[in-house]
Design a protein around this ligand. Structure first.
Ligand SMILES: C=CC1=C(C)c2cc3[nH]c(cc4nc(cc5[nH]c(cc1n2)c(C)c5CCC(=O)O)C(CCC(=O)O)=C4C)c(C)c3C=C
Ligand SMILES: [Fe+2]
Ligand SMILES: [Fe+2]
Length: 362
């Protein structure tokens, strides 16, 4: 077998293109245990996600987790699944289309925009191969995670680099590491929350719930915790909140090890018990609604808060297709495109022709 992938047919007469590749986490093909199993297997076999020695982890994953979790998780997915499919996939498809439109409106109609999922489909390999066939030779990769974590953005970039290692003719690549403090992103979040307040009024407390990661990763140098807190602070400043008006929490704990604290659900229960009767809750770390926001926060979180004596629990949608967010994503992308925006239409120099015309030998 050759060491490298076959290259698209080389032509002298085409204009190399610039591409933008959005990457999100991925989702099962269907809300069934059968579809959950391969998705969870791929996800939880990723060494960036579970940092336990393989010899210990393999029997736990294949023996316990992949026997019990697919059924349990499938029921949760079924509760949020839409006629068009998984919310995460649907929102990511729409965001891709809207970003393409936004770039087109800003003079960048030649830029190829596509998306991939880190786990499941469409895979990074499939999308990137298609983009190369379309002539993409300069690539901006945007993991759709505002805060960098090795277990989200890091592994998304791994998937791109893994494919590049197999390419004979590598494209030029730029990556967006994070955008947790980007003014457009913070402004879009603040606008979302203000619009919610304008309709529903303001609750006693604003809870900002981020996906958790193992606490150990913070000690080992992952910047995620710090970036979540900074997003929270900047958002609070934009909303002119005092320190008591909001709280940052962490959700989706997986396994028994300690994860980043305070945990979302116990915090909601504590707040209710302390007499906080109403909360607004948003998930700024997710740019698209998904299982973790729609089921864990909007449904399970509400149940926990109400059962502990809370009265009014209001979930605020993720940025999804909001115009301010698409504009922010557009600007983040353009910043990374940099000087590539200036010559997307310029024909490549045909080195072979030049060499012949000056009589150089090959
Ligand atoms: C926002 C960034 C995310 C980080 C960081 C992250 C870390 C992380 N996740 C798990 C385990 C699971 N996460 C699951 C779902 C899920 N996770 C994210 C995002 C981050 N994860 C999203 C957007 C989703 C939803 C996907 C969807 O289809 O809607 C799941 C699967 C569902 C389930 O069975 O609970 C698992 C498992 C770990 C272990 C981890 C960091 C170490
Ligand atoms: Fe996760
Ligand atoms: Fe969850």
């Amino acid at each position: 077998m050759p060491d490298f992938l076959p290259e698209p047919e080389f032509r002298h007469d085409y204009t190399p293109k610039t591409g933008v590749l959005l990457i999100n986490l991925g989702t099962p093909e269907a809300p069934t245990a059968k579809a959950l199993r391969p998705y969870l297997k791929e996800f939880l076999s990723d060494r960036r996600v579970v940092e336990i020695p393989r010899l210990l982890w393999w029997p736990i994953l294949n023996g316990v987790i992949l026997t019990l979790r697919p059924k349990k998780s499938a029921a949760k997915y079924a509760s949020v699944w839409t006629a068009e499919g998984s919310p995460l996939l649907v929102h990511t498809q729409r965001q891709t289309k809207l970003l393409k439109g936004w770039l087109g409106e800003h003079g960048l109609q030649d830029v190829v925009v596509d998306f991939a999922m880190r786990y499941g489909n469409p895979s990074v390999a499939d999308t990137l191969t298609r983009m190369r066939k379309q002539g993409v030779e300069r690539l901006v990769v945007v993991p759709l995670y505002p805060q960098y974590a090795g277990s989200s953005s890091g592994t998304a970039l791994d998937a791109v680099f893994r494919l590049l290692q197999k390419m004979r003719n590598m494209p030029e690549v730029r990556t967006v590491r994070h955008f947790h403090d980007d003014a457009g992103y913070i402004g879009a979040l603040a606008g979302r929350i203000r619009a919610h307040w304008a309709i529903h009024g303001r609750a006693q407390k604003l809870v900002l719930s981020f996906h958790g990661v193992p606490h150990r990763t913070l000690e080992m140098g992952d910047p995620y915790h710090c970036e979540c807190l900074k997003t929270g602070r900047l958002l609070a400043e934009a909303l002119e909140l005092s320190r008591d008006d909001y709280i940052v929490t962490f959700q989706s704990r997986f396994g028994r090890a300690e994860w980043l604290q305070p945990y979302t659900e116990p915090t909601l229960e504590k707040l209710a018990k302390e007499g906080v009767h109403s909360v607004d809750i948003a998930c700024p770390g997710f740019v698209a609604d998904c299982l973790e926001t729609l089921e864990e926060i909007a449904m399970e979180g509400k149940q926990a808060f109400m059962a502990a004596g809370g009265r009014d629990y209001r979930y605020i949608d993720c940025l999804n297709e909001s115009a301010d967010w698409i504009a922010a994503l557009g600007r983040i992308t353009v910043a990374s495109l940099g000087d590539w925006t200036q010559n997307t239409k310029v024909k490549p120099v045909n080195r072979l022709e030049i060499a012949k015309s000056v009589g150089a030998t090959q």
